[in-house]
Design a protein around this ligand. Structure first.
Ligand code: SF4
Ligand code: SF4
Length: 267
C-alpha cells in the first residue's frame, strides 16, 4: 500500500500524470474507485483483497479521460484490459502509466507498457478455482440440460444492464439492445428477449473478455453471466489460439479470417 502511495505521489508531483485511478475505502467495509488529482490526497489509496474491481473500466470514460494522462492501479485482468483497449484504439498507450499489481499483491515497476506486455505473457491468467469448477460443471451437461440451466438463470434478468456497465470492454455509447430502428432485441425483459440480450453480449465479448468477473459481481440477482463470457474466452483460446489482452496488438477473433481456417465449426 505504501509503495502505491509513494509511486502515485511521484507521478503526480512530477506531472507525469494528472490523475491516479486507484482504490479507496468506501462505506460498509466496501472499497470503491478513487480518482486522485492532488498528491496531498494519495494517503486515501489502499490495496487489499477487497480490491477486485477492474479499474480499466474508467480509462474510456469521458469524465476521466479529459483530466489528462492517467496513472492506474491495475491488477492482472485490468492490465489485460489495457492491452485490449489499446488494440481497439480506445486509449492511447502514451496516455497511461500502469501501477501494476502482481499475483502477490505487490507493486510492479513498469517503465513502459511493453514491459507490462512481457510480464503478462508469463503471468498466471488462470480462472479462479470456483469459476473453473462452475464452467466444468456446465460443460458436462447435455445440450438440453444447458438450455434448461440458462433458461432458468436468465429468466429472472430484468435488464438493468449493470453487467454491461461493469464491463470495461462493453464501451459502446449506443448499445444494439437499445436501438429501436430497427429493433433487434425486445426492450422489455422477456424470456426470448433475455436470451437474445445475453447471447449478443457473450458474442460481442468473444475473444475480448479478460475474465475479470465484474459483470457477474455486478448483477443484483447473482446471475452468473460471467460464466458465459469466460466460457467463450476458453473457446476462443481452444479454436483460435487467442488469449485476450496479452498483447497491445490483438486480432479480433470475430472479424478476422485466415485463408487456411478449417471452418469445421460451421459444419
Ligand atoms: S465480460 Fe465480464 S468477465 Fe469479461 S471482461 Fe467484461 S466484465 Fe470482465
Ligand atoms: S446485471 Fe443481472 S439483471 Fe441486470 S441485465 Fe445483467 S444479468 Fe440482467
Amino acid at each position: 500500500m505504501e509503495s502505491i502511495r509513494k509511486r502515485a505521489k511521484e507521478l503526480l508531483d512530477s506531472k507525469q500524470v494528472q490523475v491516479i485511478i486507484g482504490y479507496e475505502n468506501g462505506t460498509s467495509n466496501k472499497v470503491r474507485a478513487s480518482f486522485i488529482k492532488d498528491s496531498a490526497q494519495v494517503d486515501k489509496l489502499i490495496y487489499d483483497e477487497r480490491c477486485t474491481q477492474n479499474l480499466a473500466l474508467y480509462l474510456v470514460k469521458h469524465e476521466v479521460k479529459h483530466l489528462g494522462k492517467m496513472g492506474i492501479v491495475a491488477t492482472i485482468p485490468a492490465m489485460r484490459t489495457i492491452n485490449m483497449l489499446i488494440s481497439e484504439e480506445q486509449v492511447k498507450p502514451e496516455n497511461i502509466v500502469v501501477l501494476g499489481i502482481g499475483e502477490d499483491g505487490k507493486l510492479l515497476d513498469f517503465p513502459d507498457l511493453t514491459v507490462m506486455e512481457s510480464f503478462l505473457q508469463k503471468a498466471n491468467i488462470e480462472l479462479t478455482a470456483k469459476d473453473k469448477e462452475a464452467i466444468e460443471k456446465l460443460k458436462k451437461m447435455t445440450t438440453q440440460e444447458k438450455f434448461d440451466y440458462w433458461s432458468n438463470a436468465l429468466e429472472t434478468c430484468f435488464k438493468c444492464y449493470a453487467c454491461r456497465s461493469a464491463c470495461p470492454l462493453c464501451y459502446c455509447t449506443r448499445c444494439a439492445v437499445e436501438c429501436n430502428q430497427p429493433q433487434w432485441i425486445p426492450v422489455q425483459a422477456s424470456k426470448n428477449g433475455n436470451y437474445e440480450w445475453h447471447m449478443l453480449r457473450a458474442m460481442h465479448l468473444s475473444g475480448r473478455c479478460v475474465s475479470c468477473g465484474d459483470c457477474g459481481r455486478a448483477c443484483p440477482l447473482d446471475i452468473p453471466v460471467h460464466l458465459l463470457t469466460m466460457h467463450m474466452a476458453e473457446e476462443s483460446k481452444r479454436l483460435f489460439g487467442v488469449d485476450s489482452g496479452l498483447s497491445m496488438k490483438m486480432e479480433s477473433v470475430l472479424s478476422n479470417y485466415k485463408l487456411d481456417d478449417k471452418d469445421n465449426f460451421i459444419l
